[in-house]
Design a protein around this ligand. Structure first.
Ligand SMILES: [Fe+2]
Length: 325
């Protein structure tokens, strides 16, 4: 009897809680909301979707979803004492049934969430990885989210209460997104595709994103110092690197894929001409990329893939290899 209970517990523990489709957004803390909103519109190339004045927050997208990037000013009422950088990573689920089942698997496992919100356009649960990075797992609730997410949104966050309503089994994300091109912007990304973290507890963090968040381990370098994980329809949604003396633990960068190389090349030329803060440039067999810093120093990697990512990053320039995955 005891052994069967232990076996059942072990099987539950090993099951993935969730199974995200992809990274849906990243949310960052910024020092000046207006300045960063202008940068993400005029340089990064996302359109402003809406703002939430009560919490000094802004959101931008280019047609894929309600926001590729969200941001909250650090001196706002919801974020006093926070420092600039990554606030959370948002993981998009297939539907509300997946959210509820994942929630039930997690709680049956004794897992506790930091927050659960009903955002009206999505239901979300939040929890931290082993090194403290906050993750949001969410399912959209409205196909026409854009009707309720323009201009100013003043409704407060309310708690999501599981098991009170029958979850919608239909997907509510954009099935055929029409990508908006922000004319006049320096870059013209298609969408956010990934987030890169350098972490101290590398093995535990890889296991967390595989077993709890529910990403698939898509690749692992020969040196076992890096791992790429992805959602069901994602590419390299999350890249993890082991921290070391020459590469301390940090939120490292966000990835945005661009439509084609000629377009990216024109953006790179303009970025140099306008003297943007360029962190790195990649011209590798597998990828062309330019990495710029936003007003708070966050790195944004704009890229186009030329060939499959190399299986091993060993022997490559460490400062630029991190942008190949
Ligand atoms: Fe979020």
């Amino acid at each position: 009897m005891i052994s069967s209970v232990i076996e059942k517990k072990a099987a539950t523990t090993e099951a993935r809680y969730f199974r995200p489709r992809r990274i849906g957004h990243a949310n960052i803390y910024v020092s000046d909301l207006d300045r960063s909103m202008a940068f993400y519109k005029n340089v990064v190339g996302l359109r402003e979707a809406y703002r939430r004045p009560p919490i000094k927050a802004g959101f931008l997208n280019n047609g894929n979803t309600h926001h590729d990037i969200g941001m909250v000013e650090v001196n706002g009422p919801a974020s006093r004492g926070m420092i600039v950088g990554l606030f959370h990573i948002g993981w998009e689920l297939e539907n509300q049934v997946d959210l509820l089942r994942g929630y039930q698997r997690a709680t049956a496992d004794g897992f506790r969430f930091d927050m659960m919100h009903d955002h009206d356009i999505s239901y979300s649960v939040y929890f931290r990885d082993p090194v403290g990075t906050l993750n949001e797992i969410y399912a959209d609730t409205k196909k026409r989210w854009w009707r309720d997410r323009t201009g100013e949104v003043n409704a407060p966050n309310i708690d999501w209460t599981p098991n009170t309503a029958t979850p919608d089994p239909e997907p509510n994300y954009e099935l055929n997104p029409k990508i908006v091109r922000v004319e006049g912007a320096v870059f013209h990304p298609v969408k956010i595709t990934g987030c890169c973290l350098v972490v101290d507890q590398f093995e535990a963090t890889v296991a967390f994103y595989r077993d709890k968040v529910g990403l698939a381990l898509a690749g692992r370098g020969d040196s076992s110092d890096d791992a790429v994980l992805r959602g069901a329809v994602g590419t390299g949604d999350l890249s993890l690197f082991r921290a070391k003396t020459s590469r301390p633990a940090q939120f490292h960068h966000l990835n945005f894929v661009c439509a084609d190389e000629a377009d990216l090349e024109a953006s790179i030329a303009r970025a140099k001409k306008e003297r943007l803060t360029i962190e790195a440039e990649v011209d590798a067999p597998s990828r062309r990329a330019l990495v710029v810093r936003d007003p708070d120093g966050n790195r944004i990697n704009f890229y186009v893939d030329r060939a499959p990512t190399p299986r091993s990053l060993s022997g490559l320039n460490e400062k630029t290899a991190i942008y190949l995955v």
